[in-house]
Structure formats: structure tokens, C-alpha cells
Design a protein around this ligand. Sequence first.
Ligand SMILES: NC(=O)c1ccc[n+]([C@@H]2O[C@H](COP(=O)([O-])OP(=O)(O)OC[C@H]3O[C@@H](n4cnc5c(N)ncnc54)[C@H](O)[C@@H]3O)[C@@H](O)[C@H]2O)c1
Length: 511
Amino acid sequence: MADWWDADGRRHRKQFSTSAAAREHEHRETALAHAERASREMKLAARTSVGKASAGKTRGKKASGDRWSSVETVNGTVEPAKGKLGVMIPGMGAVATTFVAGVEAIRKGLAKPIGSLTQMGTVRLGKRTDGRSPKIKEFVPLAGLDDLVFTGWDIFEDDMYEAASNAGVLDYRLLEQLKPFLSSVKPRAAVFDHNYVKKIDGPNVKKGKTKMDLAEQLRQDIRDFRKSSGASRLVTMWCGSTESFIEPTEAHQSVKAFEKALRTNDELIAPSMIYAYASLMEGVPFANGAPNLTVDLPVMLELSRKNEAPICGKDFKTGQTLMKTVLAPAFKARMLGLNGWFSTNILGNRDGEVLDDPGSFKTKEESKLSVLEHILQPELYPELYGNMFHKVRINYYPPRGDNKEGWDNIDIFGWLGYPMQIKVDFLCRDSILAAPIVLDLVLFLDLAKRSSELRSLGIQEWLSFYFKSPMTPPGLYPEHDLFIQSMKLKNTLRHLKGEELITHLGLEYYD
Ligand SMILES: NC(=O)c1ccc[n+]([C@@H]2O[C@H](COP(=O)([O-])OP(=O)(O)OC[C@H]3O[C@@H](n4cnc5c(N)ncnc54)[C@H](O)[C@@H]3O)[C@@H](O)[C@H]2O)c1
């Protein structure tokens, strides 16, 4: 005798000659019932989401990416991108100057915004058969490149033209064409502490009795820039050197404790944190391109949420880690094992010099190492990833300048444990890869600030796509897989516009 339940929950009973046959029949019928129910549920979910999406479409106001109109959906409102957007950059080095010079070159029609999702990317809407794939910048209201105005802080007195010439990333013939504009962007005096960046020192530094005084001076700089530039909105983007490794302490746990620590000159308040505090106090979004803690602290999350100034970080995902977050998900998707991953780099720019100091290197190393553990989940797959050896080296080698070379030796294993090797030799250009990331982050953080739904969240996890160590809400592990990150980003844009989210389920095509 065998009992089983069908997809509608009805009980059935049948007589069999052997108990093994009865068990087999019972298992098969139960499996079929599960499959049928799951398929029905998926179809229903797909239909409901279509219904929800059409219900969520833009209410009344314009739904196009026209940046001068607001967007209103059941998911909230996005205010228009009216007026100028001021970009404030602590650290006017290779990345910052390549970004600003690049924006100006693109505005003048001298080059194309290659590598920038906001400028070149599209977002698919609706079904694959609908043929709707607008450009991202036409889909959501983003600031235009012509609306960007810039300022920065640095410990050196070089203006953007001199700093870009020293960085040696861009061809001097291009820089000459941009000279009047780049020369006009002069560095404000920096908040700096040599103990946090041991390899460099410079004269253009603010003085103050306490760290709170320094924060007040930065806040004044921000207010001055807002006024002098006429910007209606601002964003701060940390492109300063990597600071020495520190761990969060009591002083970083709340705004109250942090402000007390600023007044008492707590040595564990790093300069980048003072810029972050000043920006968030002024209600200005802050992104962190380096691996320092900076905004990755409870105090900054509290301030960000309170003042509706979105934050994100940390450490731009450019060369070697970009490759890692493409290859590692492929190994895991195919259940290929990993014995070891040895990564080494040679680079000769100022960033490389700073990272030659063990304190700054430790900060970078932590950021680079965490990626594989999170993607490969050795706790779930101990036979495949339980014994992997992961090593990252960065070697300062001046002849290469900004043209880094990143080598990876990857020892994988396949069917029956047979070993294989992959070698990656990426001859990249660090700042050429970083500049479009800066542009996208500036435009997306400004979008987040104008979105009623995103601006009070604090951490903008949908921007994980751009970072080596993405920030997440407390208790959540970061998502490192580049393709999951890309899907998350585009689904966030669809959500803002009340469009159907794309799950790639695809069952609706077979209805
Ligand atoms: N280029 C990349 O691919 C990449 C990738 C990930 C992260 N990063 C990070 O981005 C940051 C910038 O990189 P880069 O190549 O432009 O370095 P860089 O050395 O050329 O520029 C950094 C600038 O910051 C300035 N600075 C240091 N401390 C400062 C402070 N407290 N206030 C104001 N200015 C300060 C330095 O004087 C320097 O001009 C570094 O932290 C780097 O690790 C770069």
C-alpha cells in the first residue's frame, strides 16, 4: 500500500505487490507533485510581477530619463537633476586628474567616455521580445557632463594641470588642449596626518588645535564651494592616498562618541574620516575610492541616514580584482575546485609608493583578500575551496609609472581532482580604469540623493559593482560577483522607474 499527495494536496492510495515498488511509486509521485506546484508558483509570480510593474509605472509625471523632470512611481520620487553638480575630491592625484581631464576632453568632443556605464550602458526593460533597451542616462535623470563643476584638496600645491602632468597618465598633447580649464582647479589646503600616509608629506595642509577645528574648516570649504560654483548639489569622492590600517574603536561607534574624539584629538580618527564627517554634516553624499575605513563605520552610517547623505565604498574595483570577481564566480558556477591563487603587481606611480609602506599595504591587502572567501564560500564547499591558498603582493617599481602589470597564477582542479593552471597577465592602466568608475559614482550618488527611497538608506549597496570591498548593512555579507552586482545595479534603476525587475526566469516565453 502506498500513500501520496498530488499538487493540489489530495491524498491517493494504491496497492503494490512489494514494499520497494510502493516506495518507489510514492517517491516519484511526490516529486512530480512538487515540480508541478513549483512550476505553477513560478508562473503565478511572473504574472504578478508583470501586474505589479505595470501598476508601478510612472504616475502622471514624465517617465523618460529627461533630467529636468521629476520621476514619480509607487516606489517613490526622483527629483530632477536641475542646476550644476559640484564634485569635491580629496586627493588630486592620478585618478582624480584623469577623471577631471577626461570629463573635460569628452565635453570638448576630443574623446569618448569608454568604460562608463552611465554614459555608454543600456538597461533592458520588459521582455526580451519587447526590444526596449534605452541608454541608462536616458532612462534615469542623471546630471549631464556639462553640469559638472570641480574642486579638490591636496597636500601639494599643484593645480589639476600640473598634477595631471606629474601623474603622467594622459598624453601631454591632450593635456595642453585642456590646460586653461585644468589650471583653474586649484587644491584647497588638506587635512593631513603624516602618521597615516608615511611615504609622502606636503606643504598645503590646514592647521587647527583639534580635529574638530579641522572638520569645521572643511565644512567652511564645502559651503564656500557651494556658493562660488553656484552648484545646486554636491558629491564628495575620496581619491586620496591609502591610509594606514586601523580597526574601528569605541570612538567610531556613534556620532556622540566621534565628536568627542574629534575634540580630544583621538589618534584613531584618520584624515579621511574628517572629510567624511564634514561632508555628511553638510548633507553631501560621500564615496570612498580607497580601502581605508572612512565611511565604513557606525558613526558615518548614523550621520548618513540622519542627514540623508548617501555613502558607498570602498576601494575602486579596477584591474586585478575586477578579473578575480569575473573568474572566481565562473569556477564556483561550474563546481571547479581551487588550490591556490597567487596575485602580484608591479606599479610605479605615487599610489605604488604609498603602498610600499607596510601600514598602507595592510589596508589594501585586507581589501583585496576578502574577495575570494566571499565569492567561493569555503564553508559551503569545503572539498572545493576549504584549503585554498590566497596571496596578494604589490611591488613598487618606478619604471612602470601608472601602467601596472598584474600577474595571477591560479591553481584549479577538476573532475576526479585533476589539477590545471590559469595564468593572467593584465597590462593595465590603473587610472584609465578608475576614472570612469569615479564618473559613474558621482552621477549615481547624486541620483541616490535625489531619490526619496534611496537617500535615507545610508549605504548604497547597489553600487557594490564599483568596489573591491563593498559596504553592506550590518550583518549582511558583501556580494562580490561582478554579474550579480551588475544585475543588482540595473534592477535598482528599474525599481526607481517602476519597471518590472528582470529575474531571467523566462517561463513567460513558454506560456
Ligand atoms: N587607480 C586605481 O586603479 C585604484 C584602484 C583602487 C583604489 N585606488 C585608490 O585611489 C586612491 C588614489 O589613487 P591615485 O593613483 O590617484 O593615487 P595618487 O597617489 O596619485 O593620488 C593621491 C593623492 O592624494 C593626496 N592626499 C593624500 N592624503 C591626503 C589628504 N589627507 N587630503 C588630501 N589629499 C591627500 C596625495 O597628495 C596625492 O596627490 C588611492 O588610495 C588608491 O589606492 C586606486
